[in-house]
Design a protein around this ligand. Structure first.
Ligand SMILES: Cc1cc2nc3c(=O)[nH]c(=O)nc-3n(C[C@H](O)[C@H](O)[C@H](O)COP(=O)(O)OP(=O)(O)OC[C@H]3O[C@@H](n4cnc5c(N)ncnc54)[C@H](O)[C@@H]3O)c2cc1C
Length: 380
């Protein structure tokens, strides 16, 4: 018998959907709540590393993911010069092992839809448009409250998993005061046609931005991004956002010439600030635990956010399904297996960003990347 028989999962992102799938497959009754009215159809791309691919396979969605993504095993570095000259093409670490590509690019909403569909197949009860805003717990369970449409509803669970992202309501409701801190960088992202010559990610460090990059997500599409000093860009109209991205992109060449020309009103331009935080202690209070971005975030300089969120879910589900009760040993094991790994990934991702902000020229970037790659190549 698993440690729990009925679990409420708040948030149907990567962390929540993965936890729901694994627990439901293990015989646990699962209710999955998300404040959004439905799985999003709009969004940008995501770069997913091999260690996340390994978990997507474990979740039973690898075949579908492969059909809807673009794999590659190398990383290009280009110069911010008038030709966009190639400086180096480096084999990328295969962090999921030889059975998986080093990296895949994917349209975010496709991955979200695949995971949610898989959760439904596993028997998870999905509640869309259900915003959780209150909970109370005692020795034997958690009373969760949510608003669904105009109706307030309640349910009782053995355990509540808060996988409700960066600005987690569950984290606040259980009194954990770690909050995402801005790291000083902001990112422009756009979804554009893939120039034929783009078959992997190329990064350009320097020029008008800290980083210019792109990642193919399919035969015809890719996402392109520009990382700049964080600014309040919320005041810009869509036309001004497009003009700003075009202006910044004008500092980059090679495939960027085609990217710049294709930027338009349909490019789904999006601007976000980078953050970092880590709950540096237990991620639970009694029978409520937070995972994924609710527990940690980092600048996506190593593209490990999705992998870390999926790993949280795998480790938590594995421990819960193997334990007899929900006692302190469950939380001790969860913390031992997650905290050191997250500390390393969050610190290293933030360090890379700090080096870029400081224009540090002698930083040992390859050394840092290699160390993290060696850690995350080991199953969580
Ligand atoms: C600009 C940027 C680029 C990134 N690029 C990459 C990348 O290329 N590769 C990578 O691996 N990672 C990347 N990341 C990180 C990655 O996106 C996150 O780590 C990952 O999405 C976290 O998943 P999650 O399930 O924890 O949270 P989320 O995906 O945020 O899901 C949380 C869910 O909770 C729901 N929710 C919130 N509040 C409530 C509530 N009160 N009640 C009910 N539901 C609620 C939300 O609607 C949402 O669906 C990037 C992050 C940023 C900011």
């Amino acid at each position: 018998m698993p440690a729990v028989s009925h679990v409420g999962v708040v948030g149907a992102g990567f962390a929540g959907a993965a936890a729901a799938i694994l627990l439901a497959e293990g015989g646990v009754e699962v209710d999955l709540f998300d404040a959004k009215p439905e799985v999003s159809a709009l969004g940008s791309g995501i770069t997913i590393q091999g260690n996340a691919c390994r978990i997507l396979d474990q979740l039973g969605v690898w075949e579908q993911v492969q059909e809807n993504s673009y794999p590659f095993d190398i990383l290009g570095l280009r110069a911010p010069d008038p030709e966009g000259s190639v400086i180096a093409v480096i084999p990328d670490a295969k962090m999921g092992g030889e059975d998986y590509p080093a990296t895949i690019g994917m349209y975010r909403p496709d991955l979200a839809a695949i995971l949610v569909e898989r959760a439904e197949k596993a028997g998870v009860r999905l509640h869309w448009g259900a915003k959780v805003d209150s909970l109370r717990q005692d020795e034997t369970g958690v009373d969760l409250e949510w608003i669904e449409g105009a109706t307030r509803r309640t349910g009782r669970f053995d355990l509540v998993i808060g996988a409700d992202g960066l600005h987690s309501a569950v984290r606040e409701l259980i009194g954990i005061d770690a909050r995402p801190q801005q790291n000083g960088m902001g990112i422009w992202r756009a979804f554009v046609p893939r120039p034929e010559q783009v078959t992997h990610t190329d990064l350009v460090y320097g020029g008008p931005c800290y980083i210019a990059g792109y990642c193919p997500t399919g035969p015809d599409r890719m996402y392109a991004y520009l990382v700049e000093e964080a600014q309040d860009r919320t005041v810009l109209s869509p036309e001004e956002q497009l003009a700003t991205m075009r202006t910044l992109a004008a500092g980059y060449h090679g495939p960027w010439d085609e990217v710049r020309a294709s930027l338009g009103a349909d490019s789904r331009i999006n601007y976000t600030w980078f953050t970092r935080h880590l709950i540096d202690g237990p991620w639970n209070r009694g029978r409520v635990v937070v995972i994924g971005d609710a527990a940690h975030s980092c600048p996506p300089t190593m593209a490990q956010g999705a992998a870390m969120s999926l790993e949280d879910a795998v480790v938590l589900a594995e421990i819960l399904l193997a334990s007899e009760g929900l006692d302190s040993s469950v939380w001790a094991e969860f913390q031992d297996r997650r905290l050191p790994r997250l500390r390393e990934v969050v610190d290293a991702s933030s360090q890379l960003a700090d080096w870029l902000i400081a224009h540090e020229r002698d930083a040992d970037v390859p050394g840092l990347m290699r160390r993290v790659a060696m850690t995350v190549s080991q199953p969580a």
